[in-house]
Design a protein around this ligand. Sequence first.
Ligand code: SAM
Ligand code: SF4
Length: 334
Amino acid sequence: MTKPAPLIDQFARRITYLRLSVTDRCDLRCAYCMPERQTFLPKAEVLSLEELYKLSLGFIDRGITKLRLTGGEPLVRRDVIDLIQALGRKVGDGLDELTLTTNGTRLAEFADPIAAAGVKRINVSLDTLDRATFAKLARRDSLPQVLEGLEAAKAAGLKVKLNTVALKGVNEDTIPDLIAWAHGQGFELTLIEVMPLGEVEEDRFDHYLPLSAVREKLEARWTLNASGHRTGGPARYFDVAETGGRLGLITPLTNNFCDGCNRIRVTTTGQLYACLGGNERVDLREALRSADPEAALEEALDLAMKIKPARHNFAIDRRGSAPALARHMSMTGG
Ligand code: SAM
Ligand code: SF4
């Protein structure tokens, strides 16, 4: 049998990185991500663990070497550890890296089995170290669990990168201390600008904080040296001389990173989104549930390569206007 063709889009970009959402559910309700009363998907619409595994194998066959599980909160899905273990067996056999993005609330329980499954690095989202601010922002008083989870991750030998959404008037003033703490723990930290994805109660524009402003403040305190570190994504990296740690800045509303884009996203219902900032999609669930899933999946992935846009066209919305995209980040998984 001939080897399946690698995933190369119409702009000659080779797609090697898949972000796969394993659930739209979450135990937190971060104000910028979802409304308090979020309606979650009925089970029949969500891919089963077997389907998620089969799909992942199909992608690995087509040259995906890095797989990130995300959500929603991946660790709230029942039996997700079975999927992590099954995919962990593909590390070194098709996959270079299996990783996940989590809010950390369940890491105390899962850090050891995750590490044992072959995961080396994880991303943990943490916007503040202040318990009251956390409780207000995430609408759940879960900071103690997250900190316990981070301890467990460290003890399990997992490399941790923190993701922090920069929010004007919310965590703006405490970002430098959060970075200092993270670097002291041996964690990398990446700051992210808030993106206009899905309806939430508040107007995100009120809290939009350009990272250029954050960087200016940080540079008044520390020396930021541009780092050669690259991941093929939108982050630019800096080494902070004084802390000895690495800082990433993600400014998703600029699109000057799109030329090197190597990634695609699949939602928990099996919708492949060719770009986080666009609506171009292919239904992989239909392919998986068809009479000849293998052939249908091949065809669907070929189609995805034809529709991946050259670049996204996000723009931070004007105050009070509708979000740039209707779907929440918890659908496409960030
Ligand atoms: N629940 C997991 C977590 O929080 O890490 C994984 C899914 S979450 C959707 C992935 C990342 O997206 C998190 O770091 C979160 O802060 C970020 N995020 C969610 N909504 C966002 C938005 N509107 N703008 C920017 N980042 C967002
Ligand atoms: Fe949940 Fe992550 Fe969204 Fe927060 S950002 S509500 S933790 S999915």
